[in-house]
Ligand binder design. Structure first.
Ligand code: F0G
Length: 471
């Protein structure tokens, strides 16, 4: 690794660690059970400098008032202060790293609805199903939950430029929070491989948008090298302060359920930051006595990008193997070398969880069904309902379980996918011209809802409606 280099117009100002909001000490700790080295929270590091493993943000909790916290968190839902309105910072006693309220960068995020999804439930074969829609966040994905804490730490460190590699949602979110905090945002995206809605966001929020000739895994490698060698602050989920925000998805979920813990929480897996974060969130609630049991965390991957599912379902003694040239039309999770795989395995172990993969067809159909619940989501999010259906069929989920699926992204992020499905034109490898010509790789669209061409005349329209409403 090259030595530390200061960028031309230094991107860092002096760190400012404000007055701490509580007496809780924050530190970083290596997750390796054989290393466990600890470091100051003010160090700009993303991996353990001793063994290169991932880092956790840890606290010496100030637990004197823990028994009052649920009441305090509930009370804050009546407040109009942005840091109380935020579904992340409302739980700030569980995020004490922030130190001073002045450092907080919030939009404010979270507060995403839990919908009942009866059509998805009956499609999947369960009695009832709840979906927590993280796509209702300010930039339309769960990344905002983590970006508010990542940007806050960047602010505390005096960062002037922040960067990430992304399949589109992280970049959209980071661009927005960088804009709010007055920092330069630099995003690295795989050229031609992210949904248009997401690309448009990072451009609109003013980020430097670098399209890499390569895939997400290439972009991730390059941005880590740059962050190690320059003053640019890395805001991918390898940064443990990002995961601190994402862990609050667990807090908000149980608060919305009147502090009841569901039997199972199902979510998509890509870079595996979210599974890691939500696992940590539930673990902290449990360790602090705020909940009395853990839900089973269930991660669903797309077949062509499923290294965790392969590990979990296979011979685990063979170790975790990345996937070369990952592929899925759910571009958000088109990732073969997930950075947080170790933390995700830990989360599955903590929660007696599991991981499986689903096919492109299963994802596409599940997405159409979620749409029929009047909810809608982006393709990656639909792995959840597809996965539940598959696990009910194999007997791994009992139909009466109390399940919350996390829909990670807004349906408007990737309208091309939705339109192609409903037109019956969703190709698995649309970039390959031969397949387009031969029709090979075309997915079925059993739940298609095609638009109808009709003359602008009342009689013609009534004819069409009569035909349709007859069925
Ligand atoms: N769902 C959506 C909509 C996503 O954008 C992502 C990840 C995931 C699920 C998977 O979450 O990576 O924490 O396992 N998107 C990242 C990005 C990689 O760059 O936007 P994960």
């Amino acid at each position: 690794m090259a030595g530390f280099r200061t960028l031309p117009h230094s991107f860092m100002t002096q760190p400012s660690f404000g007055k701490p909001g509580s007496s809780t000490r924050t530190y970083l700790q290596c997750i390796s059970t054989t290393c466990q080295a600890t470091f100051e929270a003010s160090e700009k590091i993303y991996r353990c400098p001793r063994c290169q493993d991932l880092l956790d943000v840890k606290y010496e909790w100030d637990t004197a008032a823990v028994s009052n916290w649920k009441g305090l968190f509930d009370q804050r839902r009546m407040s109009n202060r942005p840091i109380d309105v935020s579904g992340v910072w409302r739980f700030r006693e569980l995020l004490p790293f922030y130190g001073s309220e002045d450092a907080i960068v919030t939009l404010p995020e979270g507060n995403t609805t839990i919908f009942s999804a009866p059509r998805s439930a009956s499609y999947a074969g369960v009695t009832r199903l709840a979906v927590k829609h993280q796509g209702l966040n300010p930039t339309g994905s769960f990344k905002d939950n983590g970006m508010t804490t990542g940007a806050t730490q960047a602010n505390k460190l005096g960062a002037r430029a922040v960067a990430c590699a992304s399949t589109g949602n992280t970049s959209a979110s980071m661009a927005a929070y960088a804009a709010r905090a007055g920092m330069r945002g630099i995003v690295f995206i795989p050229g031609g491989q992210i949904a248009f809605g997401k690309l448009s966001q990072s451009m609109d929020y003013g980020a430097v948008t670098l399209q890499i000739q390569g895939d997400f895994d290439d972009a991730m490698r390059i941005v880590q090298e740059l962050a190690a060698e320059t003053d640019i602050y890395l805001l991918n989920s390898i940064n443990p302060f990002r995961l601190e925000g994402q862990k609050t998805i667990a807090f908000e979920m149980v608060q919305q359920l009147d502090w009841r813990v569901p039997d199972r929480v199902v979510l998509p897996g890509g870079n595996l930051g979210n599974s890691s974060a939500i696992g940590k969130g539930f673990r902290e609630l449990f360790d602090l006595g705020l909940i009395d049991r853990m839900p089973k965390l269930t991660v669903i991957q797309a077949e062509g990008a499923s290294p965790l599912a392969a590990y979990w379902q296979g011979d685990r003694t063979a170790g975790f193997r990345p996937v070369e040239k990952a592929f899925t039309l759910a571009t958000a999770i088109k990732i073969g070398q997930p950075v947080s795989w170790k933390k995700a395995i830990r989360a599955l172990e903590w929660t007696d969880g599991s991981c499986i993969s689903v096919s492109e067809q299963e994802i596409a159909d599940a997405k159409a069904i979620i749409g029929r619940d009047g909810v809608g989501c982006e393709p990656a999010s639909a792995t959840t309902v597809a996965g539940i259906k598959k696990m009910v069929a194999t007997g791994d989920i009992h139909p009466d379980e109390d399940i919350v699926a996390i829909l990670t992204g807004n349906g408007l992020k990737d309208p091309d996918y939705t339109i192609n499905y409903h037109l019956g034109e969703l190709y698995q490898h649309a970039e390959r011209r031969m397949e387009l010509m031969t029709g090979e790789g075309l997915l079925d669209s059993p739940f298609a809802n095609r638009p109808i061409q009709v003359r602008a005349e009342k009689a013609a329209i009534l004819d069409v409606l009569e035909q349709l409403l007859k069925d």
